[in-house]
Design a protein around this ligand. Structure first.
Ligand SMILES: Nc1nc2c(ncn2[C@@H]2O[C@H](COP(=O)(O)OP(=O)(O)O)[C@@H](O)[C@H]2O)c(=O)[nH]1
Ligand SMILES: [Mg+2]
Length: 288
């Protein structure tokens, strides 16, 4: 009976609801589109990603490097090591928005530290300029970070990784130094001296980098463990440098890496020897 008394449905409420839903849907689409960028068929991310490229006389290699960089990145910071070739001009031609920084001092470590300071993204990815790193792998690094890792550490020796660029002596040295770091700092790394890594910017506050040369990656790998950050290894393939020769000298730079390991180890010991009252009061305690 009550249905008999109900006023006839004009359909206006339904139309209003439909319009409201459509409008809300459009707004939501706009918010999502401006906040999240698709980086693969399965993943969209919100944090801006900066790429740091240390480059010293790499003009001939840069076309190969930039060709593999994804379009969704927020910025590219190229740190020029006083190149005497056309590195800077070529970078500007290939990536018009590239931020070029002239490094203050010398060495790859100095270049990276300078580059990190100039980054405005929440995620920072380090990519060599010699054509040995494939930019398509950036998705794997960024995926690990947005899934919970603090530091995504490339590894040529993890399952799925590889290298076409390392000489047997470099492989041996890297393995020996990596074993020492694992034993001394409780890490479980499969690679130590590799330049392809990514991390959340906040990690920089915890690792406070202070070095100049090729030992920079080792220092980062040790300090992230000491700081208790979540480190995830990403299998990566290192291709051969396309043009030119490596700036690394196996013995000289191997010794520099060893020196850093020993220094970090003795810093750890001196922290442990500090009077208990002091460490308790600091609120930080020993990191590792
Ligand atoms: N800005 C700058 N880049 C450097 C310096 N030394 C090396 N690089 C860059 O660091 C990356 C790795 O260097 P590379 O010579 O290929 O060493 P390897 O990969 O260890 O054999 C390359 O992109 C180099 O151009 C430097 O002193 N300054
Ligand atoms: Mg190289």
């Amino acid at each position: 009976m009550t249905s008999f008394l109900r006023p006839a449905d004009s359909g206006q409420d339904q139309i209003k609801d439909q319009l409201r839903n459509e409008f809300q849907g459009q707004i939501q689409d706009q918010i999502t589109a401006s906040t999240y960028r698709p980086i693969s068929t399965h993943l969209a991310i919100a944090p801006p990603v900066s790429i740091v490229i240390p480059a010293m006389n790499e003009a001939e290699n840069l076309p190969f490097v930039f060709k593999t960089l994804p379009q969704w990145i927020h910025e590219v910071v190229l740190v020029d090591g006083n190149s005497t070739d056309d590195t800077v001009a070529v970078a500007r031609e290939l990536w018009p928005d590239v931020k070029v920084i002239e490094q203050r001092g010398k060495g790859k470590g100095d270049a990276l530290i300078t580059g990190f300071e100039a980054c405005t993204g929440d995620i920072i990815v380090m990519v060599d300029a010699d054509g040995s790193a494939d930019g398509h792998e950036i998705v794997s690094y960024v995926s690990a970070l947005v899934s919970g890792a603090d530091f995504a550490k490339g590894s040529r020796f993890a399952n799925g990784g590889g290298t076409d660029d390392m000489t047997p002596i470099r492989k041996l040295g890297n393995w020996a130094l990596c074993t020492v770091v694992n034993r001394k700092f409780g890490a479980r790394y499969t690679d130590l001296c590799y330049g392809y890594n990514a991390f959340w910017r906040h990690c920089l506050d915890k690792i406070d980098l202070d070095c100049t040369g090729f030992e920079v990656e080792t220092l980062m790998n040790i300090r992230v463990v000491k700081a208790g950050l979540k480190v995830q290894e990403i299998p990566s393939h290192e291709y051969v440098r396309i043009h030119g020769a490596s700036n690394l000298r196996a013995v000289r730079d191997g010794l520099r890496v060893l020196k850093v390991i020993l220094k970090e180890r003795s810093n750890r010991r001196s922290l442990r020897r500090r009077p208990r009252a002091l460490t308790l009061g600091s609120g930080t305690g020993e990191a590792s």
